[in-house]
Design a protein. Structure first.
Ligand code: ZN
Length: 102
């Protein structure tokens, strides 16, 4: 593998957004039903969670190379998240001969 890169994982990003919505909705539901002190404490927790930035836990590895022996461009891509295990892998050999002008 010739290159690697780290990104925010799209699955972790989606999971955090769902958790944010769950926390905000729960807080709205409890408005007026819990003590003002308890409400404000939970509001601070929600705000702190909303401010949290996700770490770059998605590792990408990729490689591409022309192979004159098989007349193809080999393209390989793989990513994997170290937190939620999201990931996938793609490998394709593209025939480049039709692109060559004769
Ligand atoms: Zn993830």
């Amino acid at each position: 593998m010739s290159a690697d890169n780290w990104l925010v994982c799209p699955q972790c990003d989606d999971n955090k957004e769902a958790e944010e919505n769950r926390m905000v909705n729960l807080l709205r539901k409890d408005y007026g039903k819990i003590s003002a002190e308890n409400y404000e404490e939970r509001q601070r927790e929600v705000k702190a969670f909303l401010r949290e930035e996700l770490e770059e836990t998605l590792r990408e590895d990729y490689d591409y190379q022309l192979d004159p022996a098989t007349e193809t461009l080999g393209v390989y891509y793989k990513c994997h998240c170290s937190v939620c295990s999201f990931g996938f892998e793609v490998h394709e050999d593209i025939d480049y001969l039709p692109l060559v002008n004769k």
